[in-house]
Design a protein around this ligand. Structure first.
Ligand code: ZN
Length: 443
């Protein structure tokens, strides 16, 4: 036995390459080296010849996709899923969300909630995640500890607010920056870049000009990504306009304070004017599309296809608890469905997102806006082996014709079979508890 030989995973494999391009191997082989990197993805027979001494893990009839990327989620809101249904953003924040975020003043609660949150994300097949932590230093430290222990890849930051929220959640502008800096020093780029600090001004409505300006400086001085919200809800737009009467529009606020750019992830972006769209494209700003949340909070429908055709960099975000599920598969299905709703109301019949594009957005598109296409998002040799095993028995037992790759992929998204296991850097970080399920255990 060769102890240095790779492990060969045999399954049906989807490998997205570009928004409208991907590979499909009905009997595929994914070779994973001992260091957790990918050395091959292709037909099993070819892999078997190439790696004659590899140990094969036969996962047939299951399906492997790259690990899913969630580009927008709020850790402290996990316990608020489903609350205040029907309320709109600003009311919902005040009534449902701020009280739940205050619970994170308790370290015991903060740590336990973070462990539950990351375990749940892994059980949904999420391997990389951009996370808003609570607005507290200790809670964010403990959330990083939980992320470190559960094995997930995160870009996480303490949510920064210094105005327009309950006093318990606010910190003065410079205290927000100092605490973020301390967290960055402790956690950024730890475990070879698995844990990362991301600068997190909640949105222009809860940050003073001083905080916005200093957040931008802090991010650029340290080469950090930034995450925030933009153009989510019409009442929010009016609120921002009243706070910043001298700015040309909502996007203009972030431009003025140096927060718009290639390192920024702006969530929602539903109501962009042509000028704002141009600004987003000119700066290559990343956009987190959160369709479930956009509907749950009655925010609106983002014109996804139009944005993709314009060249916008887009990933998917669960936006828990505006979204009610941590599953990126759910967001992908919702993105496809809402593209239909959008087309019905605009009579733009081409504005439909198909399963191939949904797979791209759920994996490589998300990796792009997290600046991590070099390490995750698909199965290119040298990248980390971040992948999900979906229960293929639920797909291939169907009586419909599923040999066509587009049919298999569509069924994968629309039936959303059980996630059996999740791997990050070649290590199994989640496996379905088969004692409580009726699926056969993985080898
Ligand atoms: Zn959000």
């Amino acid at each position: 036995m060769n102890f240095f030989a790779p492990t060969l995973y045999r399954a049906t494999i989807f490998n997205p390459i570009a928004p409208n391009e991907g590979e499909y191997f009905p009997d595929g082989g994914l070779a994973v080296e001992r260091d957790g990197s990918i050395s091959f993805c292709g037909r099993y027979q070819e892999a078997h010849v190439r790696y004659a001494d590899a140990v094969t893990v036969d996962l047939r009839p299951h399906i492997i996709t790259p690990g899913l990327v969630d580009t927008h989620a709020h850790l402290p809101q996990y316990d608020a899923i489903g609350l205040g249904s029907g309320e709109e953003l600003l009311t919902w924040l005040e009534r449902r969300i701020f009280p739940v975020e205050e619970l994170f003043m308790s370290e015991e609660y903060a740590y336990a909630a973070a462990v539950r949150f990351f375990r749940k994300a892994l059980s949904c097949g999420t391997t990389s995640m951009a996370v808003y932590s609570a607005p507290f230093y200790s809670a964010t430290r403990l959330a990083f500890k939980a992320a470190a222990e559960t094995g997930i890849k995160v870009w996480m930051g303490k949510t920064m607010m210094d105005t327009n929220a309950p006093a318990a959640l606010l910190k003065p502008a410079m205290a927000n920056i100092r605490l973020s800096e301390s967290l960055m020093k402790e956690w950024h780029e730890k475990d070879s870049g698995r844990l990362n600090y991301i600068v997190t001004p909640r949105f222009a409505g809860s940050c003073s000009p001083t905080l916005l300006r200093n957040a931008a400086d802090f991010a650029s001085q340290n080469g950090l990504l930034v995450q925030t919200h933009l153009s989510e809800n019409k009442k929010e737009l009016a609120f921002i306009a009243s706070l910043f009467p001298n700015e040309i529009d909502y996007t203009g606020v972030y431009e003025s304070y140096g927060l718009l750019g290639r390192n920024t992830i702006a969530a929602h972006c539903i109501y962009l004017s042509p000028r704002e769209l141009r600004a987003i494209l000119d700066t290559s700003c990343g956009v987190a599309h959160c369709p479930t949340s956009n509907r749950y909070l009655r925010s609106g429908i983002m014109p996804l296809n139009k944005y993709l055709q314009s060249g916008m960099r887009v990933g998917l975000g669960s936006d828990v608890a505006g979204g009610y599920s941590l599953s990126v598969m759910n967001e992908a299905r919702e993105a496809m469905e809402q593209s239909k709703t959008y087309s019905m109301y605009t009579s733009e019949s081409d504005d439909i997102i198909h399963a191939g594009e949904a797979l791209y957005l759920a994996t490589l598109g998300g990796a792009d806006i997290l600046h991590s296409v070099g390490t995750t998002g698909n199965f290119i040799a040298g990248k980390d082996a971040d992948f999900v095993v979906h229960d293929g028995a639920e797909i291939f037992n169907a009586t419909t014709t599923v040999e066509q790759p587009e049919n298999v992929l569509a069924r994968l998204f629309y039936t959303q079979p059980t996630v059996l296991a999740t791997y990050i850097r070649g290590k199994k970080v989640y496996e379905l508890d088969t004692l409580n399920g009726d699926v056969r255990p993985l080898p």
